[in-house]
Design a binder for this molecule. Structure first.
Ligand code: F3S
Length: 391
């Protein structure tokens, strides 16, 4: 793998220990995946932010990085953390957890990371452009920016994305290279066009294609549809890039005539739905996976306006970024009659398993992860049907 003189110097420790460690990791990944050289990036998005997911080992790693004077060198945002920074008591979080979580956020800040803590930074805080090379972790977000925006990132892990953020460079392999962005199968989809149908489509395609690159026909996803579909495909499979005919910016670059066609219709959508539904009732309804957009906040508020929460035993959480919570004061007022609008956290990275056993969601991604990461049985339905439980 080719390294410039300067990069060799970084690897030899000439720019300090934390940059040496970062270079060592990026070069090791590059060697594993056959990179020829390093490539400059314009931004990073980091996962590994919740104390629940990184634990004391992750906290110590971040402390060591800060002690070694690690500093990021490109704009970098952070994924959701394990609690709302102000309203953690409403989430049944213990003071011990809160203390460590706040420490993690501070450590990232000390490295220069913008601690906005959202999985939808592409809605405002960190928006790459077509053709930008970036290093993003968070499977839903990196799939969205790869596909809907046409930026270029591999499916980075937390430490790899942090190392790339420190260097301003990543190893040049995988989805950074034109040839590797070719679709591997055509998806002929028949859905009703609702946002929930895009979530189920993502689930069905992820189950069918695993880590391939789907090329969709007959669908026209909006930003919110693509947001939920990206998340679903990344969770049900490991899709990091897809193309949509007539919608995504690189779709027209490929001849797909010889590719296998996978049809997704009623049967496949029902199989996807059945896989995610494992509960009869719920104790918590959690919306906002990925984090709610402004339009989704408006849609939920207008759906709830004038209604009353009848089933007081079921808690409702709405998850979004602090920026969107601030910008949607009127919607927040309506939604708060039903449950807290939580910022910068979510139902999966929060330690909900200490409080709940059965959770309702309208997200296929949450439907995949709630059983494995939070020991939950799940109801996964569209918003209207989900809310019938409490209205
Ligand atoms: Fe975001 Fe949490 Fe879902 S990080 S994509 S809301 S699992």
């Amino acid at each position: 793998m080719y390294l410039s003189k300067e990069e060799e110097g970084t690897l030899a420790g000439e720019e300090g220990e934390s940059r040496r460690k970062a270079m060592e990791l990026v070069v090791a990944l590059g060697k594993i995946y056959g990179a020829e050289d390093l490539i400059e990036i314009t931004s990073a998005h980091l996962s590994g932010a919740s104390y629940k997911t990184i634990g004391d080992g992750g906290l110590k790693y971040l402390e060591d990085m800060v002690k070694g004077k690690a500093e990021i060198s490109v704009p970098s945002t952070l994924n959701p953390v394990g609690m709302d920074r102000e309203r953690w008591k409403e989430m049944h979080i213990s003071p011990a957890f809160a203390e460590k979580q706040l420490k993690i956020i501070e450590l990232y800040k000390e490295m220069g990371v913008q601690a906005t803590c959202s999985c939808t930074p592409y809605l405002g805080d960190n928006v790459p452009s077509l053709g930008d090379h970036v290093a993003w972790a968070e499977s839903s977000a990196l799939s969205f920016v790869n596909s809907y925006i046409g930026a270029r990132t591999n499916r980075e892990g937390g430490p790899g994305a942090l190392a790339a953020a420190i260097l301003g460079k990543t190893a040049n392999y995988g989805l950074h290279i034109d040839e590797n962005r070719r679709p591997t199968a055509v998806i002929d989809a028949e859905i009703d066009g609702s946002v929930f149908s895009y979530s189920m489509l993502g689930q069905a395609v992820g189950m069918a294609i695993g880590g391939g690159i789907p090329y969709f026909r007959n669908v026209n996803p909006t930003v919110d549809d693509a947001k939920t579909m990206s998340a679903a495909m990344a969770a049900a499979g490991s899709v990091a890039l897809y193309h949509v005919e007539g919608v995504t910016p690189e779709a027209g670059n490929f001849d797909v005539s010889g590719l296998e066609t996978i049809s997704i219709g009623k049967k496949e959508l029902k199989d996807a739905y059945d896989k995610l539904n494992t509960a009869e009732d719920v104790q918590l309804i959690a919306l906002g996976c990925p984090h709610l957009s402004k339009k989704e906040m408006r849609d939920i508020a207008s759906f709830l306006k004038g209604k009353k929460k009848k089933n007081k035993d079921v808690e409702i959480w709405f998850c979004t970024s602090s920026k969107i919570r601030e910008e949607c004061a009127e919607e927040v007022r309506i939604m708060e009659e039903f449950g807290p609008v939580l910022a910068d956290t979510c139902m999966v990275v929060a330690p909900i398993e200490g409080t709940f056993k059965r959770t309702g969601t309208n997200s296929a991604k949450a439907g995949n992860y709630l059983p494995t990461l939070c020991s939950q049985n799940v109801i996964c339905r569209d918003l209207t049907k989900l809310m019938e439980v409490v209205l």
